[in-house]
Design a protein. Structure first.
Length: 199
């Protein structure tokens, strides 16, 4: 019972601290006591309402993803920057080479939260938009052939699986092992082909 209460209290605290941190970041009011007090009151009220609505469960306050999502957000910011540059180069090119394409990307995240994070990450990346989210895949619209890179989007999905849950992490490990095995096989075939040409 004590463990359950500690877990519930931890979720309350995690939600309250993350909301207050976001409020501070967005408002920028660090030195006005009255505004800080109103911020604290609004955070406490929202936390209480979330608890009353039964939203403080594993999906509502996913404390398990907090450590992994920070590194993922940094990685995603870099990817968004790269895509910004690619889309800008296409837009500024004298010959606008748009070749819109719809692709299906596998989504092996174990929770709805993981799938939503993955779908939103694709949409946040310039040049791609999530059109539809199914049980095991995502339909994506891309502006060009280059941006319709299913392998790159699958790698993004693997990163989400890395913090989404045990099954997701296991799938990400298997995919990484499969990619390494395929790369080793391709290298061995190239090396064998080079020997035959030399003879």
């Amino acid at each position: 019972m004590l463990r359950f209460l500690t877990k519930i209290a931890g979720r309350h605290l995690a939600l309250a601290l993350s909301m207050f941190g976001l409020w501070l970041l967005l408002s920028g009011y660090f030195t006005y006591p009255t505004l800080l007090a109103f911020g604290i009151i609004s955070v406490l009220l929202t936390t209480w309402l979330a608890q009353r609505a039964g939203m403080l469960d594993r999906e509502g306050v996913p404390t398990r993803v907090f450590p992994g999502i920070l590194t993922y957000m940094l990685w995603l910011t870099v990817e968004i920057g790269k895509s910004n540059i690619a889309v800008t180069m296409h837009a500024l090119s004298p010959r606008l080479k748009l070749s819109p394409k719809m692709v299906t990307v596998p989504a092996y995240q174990t929770s709805d939260l993981g799938k939503v994070i993955f779908a939103n990450s694709i949409t946040l990346t310039p040049g791609t938009v999530t059109v539809d989210l199914h049980e095991n895949d995502i339909l994506v619209h891309a502006l060009t052939e280059d941006l319709a890179d299913v392998g790159g989007m699958t790698a993004m999905g693997e990163k989400v699986c890395g913090f989404d849950g045990l099954e997701g992490r296991e799938w990400a490990r298997q995919r990484k092992a499969e990619r390494h095995a395929a790369a080793d096989k391709a290298a061995a075939e190239r090396q064998a082909g080079g020997r035959q040409v030399g003879q």
